[in-house]
Design a protein around this ligand. Structure first.
Ligand code: HEC
Ligand code: HEC
Length: 289
């Protein structure tokens, strides 16, 4: 081929020398850097295919010589996390609640675990953070306790519940003074008026008449001063904290035909570590009498 044919007359570019029906092929090589990147990716892909799971097959895929898989990595991390946790779980199970409270690391773990277990199991009735709900679901975030606010008392309540069927469930039922005819409607109004004076209400004739009835019928469970008896779950009537409302008609309704709160037992439903962590958490909410 003649030398002047090696360059295209129109573009001035070199040709490959190939010619088809008078059309000549220009020689436009790929840029060097582009080629090197291409070779590098091919090499990388080849190495990757050998080392890692890559090629799909009917019932799975190639495994790669490293044996790595995302699922395996997850399982490993998960097991690591569980191992760390189970170390704490075991220490919580072994420690007394007082020991948990005394060890800052255990305490932190218990408070976090207790908060999570509380949100899952207790918040439906006691509201998030133990704020309580109307109609007999007590506030747990104050220092007013029906059944006692020590760590043991709280753990006992959580473990065995209140007015359940279990042998160790806390029991006590306020009599229905109206429904069973112990007190007349007028006497109930009088004693309700007296109950209001316990938390600072003004005493009138009705309340004065009610005072004697209270001393006779109510002090066994609510205390001589009306400040409650924790062994019997008799609430403090002198603190303006009410399960069922503090209006006179609400108090009278409770005396005539009491509502009775039931708290489920958690032993058997939650593991012992969770119950301990809940006791520590609830105790910390209330400030613990
Ligand atoms: C189905 C509703 C319900 C659920 C769920 C529930 N509770 Fe209760 N809880 C109650 C009621 C009602 C009372 C009040 C019992 C009474 O009137 O003496 C109570 C009382 C308590 C008390 C005693 C409060 C005091 O003043 O002495 C504690 C502590 C307590 N609950 C903790 C918990 C914890 C912790 C959980 C979750 C593991 C939980 N409760 C789940 C209904 C519930
Ligand atoms: C056998 C024990 C017992 C006796 C006796 C008793 N109570 Fe109670 N009372 C309770 C218990 C227990 C509760 C809490 C019920 C609950 O937790 O659901 C309660 C609750 C109440 C409440 C509601 C408190 C609140 O926070 O809403 C009032 C009011 C009350 N009692 C008044 C009286 C009066 C007045 C008498 C006497 C005429 C009386 N009680 C006698 C055990 C008793």
């Amino acid at each position: 081929m003649a030398g002047d044919l090696d360059r295209d007359a129109l573009t001035g570019k070199p040709t490959t020398g190939h010619e088809w029906d008078g059309i000549r092929e220009l020689n436009n090589p790929l840029p060097k850097w582009w080629l090197y990147v291409l070779y590098a990716t091919i090499l990388w892909a080849a190495v990757y295919v050998v080392l890692f799971p890559a090629i799909p097959w009917f019932s799975g895929h190639s495994r790669g010589v490293l044996g790595w898989s995302m699922r395996g990595e997850f399982a490993e991390r998960w097991a690591e996390g569980r191992a760390k946790q189970s170390e704490f779980q075991a220490r919580i199970v072994a420690a007394s609640i007082e020991e948990i409270r005394a060890d800052p690391r255990l305490l932190n773990y218990a408070l976090a675990g207790g908060r999570a277990a509380f949100a899952d199991n207790c918040a439906p009735c006691h509201a998030p953070g133990g704020a309580g709900r109307k109609g007999g679901f007590p506030v747990l975030a104050d220092d007013d306790w029906l059944w006692g606010g020590t760590l043991e008392a709280i753990e006992q309540t959580i473990r065995h519940g209140v007015r359940g069927s279990g042998a160790e469930s806390r029991q006590s039922v306020m009599p229905a003074f109206g429904a069973d005819g112990t007190l007349t409607e007028a006497q109930i109004a009088d004693v309700a008026a007296h109950v209001l004076t316990l938390s600072g209400g003004a005493a009138d004739d009705s309340a004065n008449r009610g005072k004697a009835i209270f001393a006779e019928q109510c002090t066994a469970c609510h205390g001589a001063d009306g400040k409650g008896v924790a062994e019997l779950g008799g609430p403090n009537l002198a603190d303006r904290i009410w399960l069922y409302g503090g209006a006179k008609h609400e108090i009278a309704a409770q005396i005539a035909k009491p509502r009775i709160g039931v708290m489920p037992a958690w032993q058997g439903r939650l593991d012992p570590a969770a119950i301990k962590m809940l006791a520590v958490y609830v105790h910390a909410l209330g400030g613990g009498k």
